[in-house]
Design a protein around this ligand. Structure first.
Ligand code: ADP
Ligand code: MG
Length: 632
């Protein structure tokens, strides 16, 4: 007798459950997606003990006919696909016909469902994949599925579940984000009797964000607002990709990617391409190990995206990957450029939910969990902007992100409290309570330097501190990029060629980027035995810095190797050149130099951060000053 046997359906379902049902939140995801596919507009989710004891989802969707209700628990039974051709353009969230049988094989499940077409509903009870009971019930139209004792028959799996708090956090985060994807629907999430989320229909995403996170968070976010890019293909219909949602201002910095939520055609996914596009948008605006908060919706024709990539349907494959990547990156980058917010010395955690909703608890619990990260996007935990007071330990300052606004036009005069014995008050201090942008940097009056490194300047918004090195770096960085783009790089010839010895790794990098080096103003050629001769270099680089600049560029090239984009490489090279050529710290600057620096900085596209993501200018606002002196 042969050794190969066909597995029973129940074993096959348990194997599928291994992929589909990782934890209680995966059950919630599958059931919620089914309810959405059923056209429901209202969802109530009850959880007990982090979803181990109970997960119950009740919807007001189309319900199931009696025969369908039984069929739904058969392996590969679905109402959403007919033949293989449908796989090419999937418009529903489900299509594999796997979720219900998988979940039913590892839990005690009760389904109650009634189609509006029938007068009575049906109840089906299953435990560990075995049907225990089928009967008729009186029920409102819609479906309710209760999943009890998850993994009761798979003890090995049960061991992997985390604490109640962590599992609940995953569920909370999932439901919250689905509620953000559907502002027009009602979502209720209850943990026992405690209501964690209850949102009713609103007309816009902005209003839903407000319901969920509150108004403070909205100030820290930029709305993407439906921006489109169209892909033109020979002999095919043009394809339009639409990006909407919210992204955080660059000052909001998270130390992992748990605050990034991406929906592609309404499906919540974890996709490397989209994550990379987002990181690239913030590249040079944020330190490398920091991540934004993002809620992004990408909508495109369904044939442009293959969702049949992974059993849990959390990954997708785009047909035109680099187009999608660059479109998303550019749309977000443009928005960030436009907002030009000024960092301020203040503390403001981000994003905080509306009162009563423990969103931060959700995210905190998830963040506490060790989540493996991809090598190109390490989730570092280094503090971002550490100012080190002398002497003493490093202290961390968080920056308040200030929403965009017009430059102050008609400042509101503020009447200070009188009588006051500490001066000639009352006086009128014209200060604008509206947020400040970096647009007015050029009008500041430099007062001097601290440690010959930071420029102190006064302006109507308050007191500014500007890091002279990174300010100059930003100016040069944009200049180098502009020269490179127009093909007009200023070059200086060297009196004597500079001969550099390269390691084998550096030689490989060198031959890969030789053309780009040439375009950036380096005239180089191989000189035999692993050496290169540099005959000319960009004018901005002093001879003393040249050798280091070239080695740094080769290093950048090696790091960028993993990235597909030539654009990233160019930016990397420009950042190295700018850093080498910029005014150093501990350098005395006279008045005219400081004024020049501020003027040039204000004319840059992005005066908020240096090419490596460090902040450039910080504002101690008049309001803060008044508050500190108890004047308001
Ligand atoms: P899939 O979603 O991939 O089709 P599932 O196993 O998740 O597979 O569900 C099987 C079928 O059960 C679905 O195709 C759908 O017809 C039906 N179904 C599941 N949940 C619901 C629901 N909440 N309301 C109506 N029908 C449902
Ligand atoms: Mg499904």
């Amino acid at each position: 007798m042969g050794r190969i046997r066909v597995l029973s359906d129940n074993v096959a379902n348990q194997i599928a459950a291994g992929e589909v049902v990782e934890r209680p939140a995966s059950v919630v995801k599958e059931l919620l997606e089914n309810s959405l596919d059923a056209g429901a507009t209202s969802f109530r989710i009850d959880i007990e003990n982090g979803g181990r004891r109970l997960i119950r989802i009740a919807d007001n969707g189309c319900g199931m006919l009696r025969d369908d209700a039984l069929l739904a628990f058969e392996r590969h039974a679905t109402s959403k696909l007919h033949d293989a051709k449908d796989l090419l353009c999937i418009a529903t969230l489900g299509f594999r016909g796997e979720a219900l049988p998988s979940i039913a094989s590892v839990s005690r499940l009760v389904l109650e469902s009634r189609s509006a077409e029938e007068t009575t509903g049906n109840r089906i009870e299953i435990a560990g994949g075995k049907i225990l009971n089928v009967g008729e019930i009186a029920a409102p139209p819609g479906t309710a599925i209760a999943v009890r004792d998850l993994f009761f028959n798979v003890p090995a799996r049960k061991k992997f579940l985390r604490t109640e708090q962590t599992e609940l956090a995953h569920i909370g985060s999932l439901v919250t984000h689905y509620s953000l994807a559907h502002p027009d629907k009602t979502f209720e999430l209850l943990n026992g009797t405690a209501e964690l989320l209850h949102v009713t229909p609103v007309p816009t995403l902005r209003e839903r964000v407000f319901q969920v996170f509150g108004s403070d968070a909205l100030d820290e976010l930029i709305e993407v607002g439906g921006r489109e890019r169209t892909l033109l293909l020979a002999e095919e219909e043009p394809r339009t990709f639409r990006v909407s949602g919210f992204v955080s201002r660059p000052q909001v910095q998270k130390n992992n990617r748990n605050s990034i939520f991406v929906f592609v055609n309404g499906r919540l996914i974890r996709d490397r391409l989209m994550l990379h596009a987002l990181s690239s948008a913030y590249h040079n605006l944020m330190p490398p190990a920091c991540y934004p908060f993002a809620l992004l919706f990408l909508d495109c024709p369904s044939e442009e995206v293959d969702v049949n990539v992974h059993p849990s349907k959390t990954e997708v494959r785009f047909r035109h990957q680099s187009f999608v990547h660059d479109a998303v990156r550019d749309i977000i980058r443009e928005l960030l450029m436009q907002s030009r917010p000024a960092p301020a010395f203040a503390t403001s955690p981000m994003p905080q939910p509306a009162a009563g909703l423990p969103y931060s608890e959700f995210t905190q619990a998830i963040e506490n969990e060790a989540i493996p990260t991809e090598s190109e996007m390490p989730a570092g935990s280094a503090p971002v902007f550490a100012l080190r007071p002398e002497p003493g330990p490093a202290s961390r300052f968080e920056f308040e992100a200030v929403p965009e606004s017009q430059p102050p036009s008609s400042p509101t005069p503020l009447r200070l409290k009188a009588p006051d014995t500490h001066g000639d008050f009352p006086l009128e201090v014209p200060y604008d309570s509206r947020p400040t942008t970096l647009t007015g940097l050029g009008d500041l009056r430099p007062l001097g330097q601290i440690h010959e490194s930071f420029i102190i300047a006064a302006g109507r918004e308050g007191l500014w501190i500007i890091d002279q090195h990174v300010a100059h770096e930003r100016i040069l960085f944009e200049k180098v990029l502009a020269q490179r783009a127009s093909g007009r790089v200023e070059v200086q010839r060297l009196l004597m060629p500079l001969v550099l010895q390269l390691t084998p790794g550096q030689q490989i990098e060198y031959s890969r980027i030789a053309d780009e080096l040439q375009a950036q103003g380096f005239e180089t050629e191989p000189f035999g035995h692993g050496t290169i001769a540099v005959k000319a270099a960009p004018a901005a680089i002093g001879p003393a810095d040249l050798e280091r600049a070239i080695f740094e560029i080769l290093e950048v090239a090696e790091n960028e190797l993993r990235k597909v984009s030539l654009d990233d490489l160019r930016r990397g090279i420009a950042a190295s050149l700018a850093c080498r050529a910029a005014i150093k710290i501990n350098t005395r600057l006279d008045q005219s130099k400081m004024e020049w620096l501020l003027r040039e900085l204000s004319a840059t596209d992005y005066p908020m951060a240096c090419p490596h993501g460090r902040p450039i200018a910080m504002l101690y606002s008049t309001r803060e000053i008044l508050k500190a002196f108890h004047r308001i």
